[in-house]
Design a protein around this ligand. Structure first.
Ligand SMILES: Cc1cc2nc3c(=O)[nH]c(=O)nc-3n(C[C@H](O)[C@H](O)[C@H](O)COP(=O)(O)OP(=O)(O)OC[C@H]3O[C@@H](n4cnc5c(N)ncnc54)[C@H](O)[C@@H]3O)c2cc1C
Length: 468
């Protein structure tokens, strides 16, 4: 008998995953409310002229072997998503137009033999860190840890580049413990890849499970208010004034917006509100998506490095008014080589994303300059690309902020030292009974979408254990 009414605010990975998990249980009746027209939040996918474009994201660390797959497997729906691995060919580094085998051809980037040996020792030590050692290293920055091995700006910034791809923040504030945990999982699972149909296929599969289990999914309906009576959730008020009663409310919106706006900060102790306001968000990533009239590469994933003086670039990026002529680093997933159905037959779809520190308040001209900078670097990797472009579009930090808030950040609350492990915001609301926060903000471990799925799996454990 479905006796507990659960209202979920938001269809991002955290919201749709917890919705699917609870909907499969006998006692929960799930209603999911999404304010935009998209299912999936930052993971959503839409179509343009036969091409499938993700709103934001582009590569998953562990596909079916990680938390996103675990949610499907608990729901008995592993076959609802088909995964396309980034293998044959595996990801490659492109340095200023030349392909470099990692880590054995690092001399092509300017590494001395000694730096290379030390760097390989660093990589080996990261890969052999035990879970306890990872925990102990959650207050050591990646930059400090690499410096124990190599006295080279180049080596430090190369690791900084990979850390930025994972966590979209700076290596001097990111913890090496979480970096090692993620590296170890990726190495063990060998399941880096992409879902067929675009990243949106994952939250869409979760929402399908909700509906097949008797729950409801509503889009284009925002929640304006969480109704609280005598310290306990009673329901939510929608943007059209409709009231939905609820025994449990789970918010997939940012924890800051949920507490400050949907509940109201007056109910919370000043210290908690202050802490929420102090949490820092990760940076944004500017992503250019290009439809091509024919395939121009067989690669599936390219990490582009355009400068050796990466530390200098890092310093310049600290100045938010600095606009580069070319992108110094890019992650370039060739989406249609991962998932051939993402582009019409005979065409190719390429994404290129570069971390940008430009604030979400930047105007159109700033993002057009970023489009040009990314295209300039893409021309170094693919000299012919311009001849084959059918059209291109891009997602800026401003666009992400307009849709999903959180200053347009990639992750939400960043996984930096002091904001990781026990220092992350809580899943269980500390004041309002039966209110929960389930999003990347409250995940404890993992990269991007997997961090949000981690929050859902932890909340599921909590709610189903307390049912027994
Ligand atoms: C440019 C970019 C690139 C990325 N690249 C990667 C990548 O390569 N790999 C990876 O794993 N991750 C990547 N990510 C990160 C990943 O997309 C996010 O970490 C993850 O999707 C966040 O999920 P979430 O559950 O926190 O919810 P969100 O995606 O933040 O979704 C929250 C949802 O709640 C809805 N909502 C908010 N308020 C209300 C309200 N009042 N009423 C109703 N609905 C509401 C929103 O509309 C939204 O749909 C990227 C993100 C971006 C922006």
């Amino acid at each position: 008998m479905k006796t507990k009414q659960v209202v979920i605010i938001g269809s991002g990975i955290g919201g749709s995953a917890i919705g699917a998990l609870l909907a499969k249980k006998e006692e929960f009746r799930v209603t999911l409310i999404e304010k935009t027209k998209f299912i999936g939040g930052r993971f959503a996918t839409y179509e343009k002229e036969g091409f499938k474009l993700d709103i934001g994201c582009h590569m998953l660390a562990n596909c079916d072997k990680g938390p996103l797959g675990k949610v499907l497997s608990i729901c008995g729906a592993s076959d609802y998503v088909k995964w396309c691995y980034a293998r044959r060919p595996s990801p490659v580094i492109n340095f200023k137009g030349d392909f470099v085998k990692f880590p054995y051809e690092l001399h092509k980037l300017g590494f001395t033999q000694e730096d290379m040996n030390n760097f390989i020792r660093f990589q080996a030590d990261i890969l052999s860190m035990s879970p306890e050692e990872c925990d102990r290293h959650d207050n050591v920055s990646i930059r400090d840890f690499v410096s124990r091995y190599v006295d080279s700006d180049l080596a430090r910034s190369l690791v900084g580049f990979f850390a930025a791809i994972y966590f979209v923040d700076k290596d001097d504030v990111l913890p090496v413990g979480e970096y090692a945990r993620c590296q170890n999982e990726i190495a063990a699972n060998k399941a880096l890849g992409y879902p067929a149909g675009g990243t949106g296929a994952v939250p869409e599969a979760y929402c399908r499970i909700i509906e097949e289990s008797g729950g409801k999914v509503m889009t284009r309906k925002g929640v304006n208010k969480i109704i609280v009576e005598t310290g306990r959730v009673k329901g939510v008020e929608l943007s059209n004034g409709e009231i939905l009663d609820a025994d449990l409310v789970i918010s997939n919106a940012s924890i800051r917006d949920t507490v400050l706006e949907l509940v109201g900060e007056g109910l919370y102790p000043g210290s908690f509100v202050q802490r929420l306001k102090e949490y820092g968000y990760s940076y944004g990533t500017h992503v250019v998506k290009i439809a091509l009239d024919k395939p121009i590469t067989d690669q599936k994933m390219i990490f582009y490095i355009g400068h050796t003086d990466l530390m200098e670039v890092e310093e310049k990026m600290g100045d938010e008014n600095w606009l580069p002529d070319s992108a110094s680093h890019l992650m370039i997933p060739i989406i249609s080589n991962l998932d051939p159905e993402s582009a019409p037959e005979g065409k190719q779809l390429i994404f290129a994303g570069g971390g940008s520190r430009q604030p979400y308040t930047s105007g159109k001209e700033v993002w057009e300059k970023w489009d040009d900078a990314i295209l300039a670097s893409l021309k170094i990797v693919f000299p012919d690309i311009e001849k084959h472009i059918l059209w291109k579009t891009s997602t800026s930090t401003t666009a992400i902020n307009n849709l999903f808030g959180e200053e347009g950040s990639v992750i939400g609350i960043s996984q930096t030292i002091g904001q990781i492990g026990k220092d992350r915001p809580p899943i269980i609301d500390p004041i309002v009974e039966n209110l929960y926060h389930c999003s990347a903000d409250t995940g404890l471990h993992g990269i991007g979408g997997e961090l949000a799925a981690d929050a859902a799996l932890r909340l599921y454990d909590h709610l189903t254990k307390s049912e027994q």
